[in-house]
Design a protein around this ligand. Sequence first.
Ligand code: GRF
Length: 218
Amino acid sequence: MSGKKRVAVLISGNGTNLQALIDACAAPDFPAEIVRVISNRPESYGLVRADKAGLNTLVIDHRGFLDRASFDAALQEALIECNAELVCLAGFMRLLTPEFTAQWEGRMINIHPSLLPAFKGLDTHKRAIESGVRFAGCTIHFVSADMDAGPIIMQAAVPVLAGDTPQSLAERVLEQEHRMFPQALTWLAQGDLSIANGCVEIKTAHKIPVAIIAPEPV
Ligand code: GRF
């Protein structure tokens, strides 16, 4: 027994957040290990990253299921099969049923590319630019029954700059996502997080890294 928490990572796409977790897990003292990477899309580049890292991978193509409940049941079976203790949603683009999320309450975290509760859902960077906000960012939160709404663990803010496109803003936000995810997983795996009245408390011994990057003065 390694003493590390067994983590399953769920992905749908490129998998750069998965890569950040793979890289972090390479450190001997990282408190978690990735025991399975599951994608709902066979073409996810994240699967290639997982293969390269020698990780166990599984495709559960959502298109093969009649409804969300049966897809989630297959997911649950796959998580139990690999003895996952924790789940990271790293760019996993499927809504999950409340029955499924209830089974992982306090043990499943998601990364979302906005400063929640603003801009839940899709196209966050486009909507942030169009709404004229000066700061965008990302959030890691516990997964609850409602989409992008669970207790917030960490956030990072980045400026929205003149001339930003959804792509350029996404790149700036992704840099912060990659910094935050390993830290949030470390806390979760070490048992440093608790939830009180819908808010996350982090063991006071830890300094919470808050990344706020000020925009250039105009
Ligand atoms: C990230 O911005 C993540 O927050 C969002 O989708 C993107 C996935 O990126 N949910 P990647 O697959 O981790 O590269």
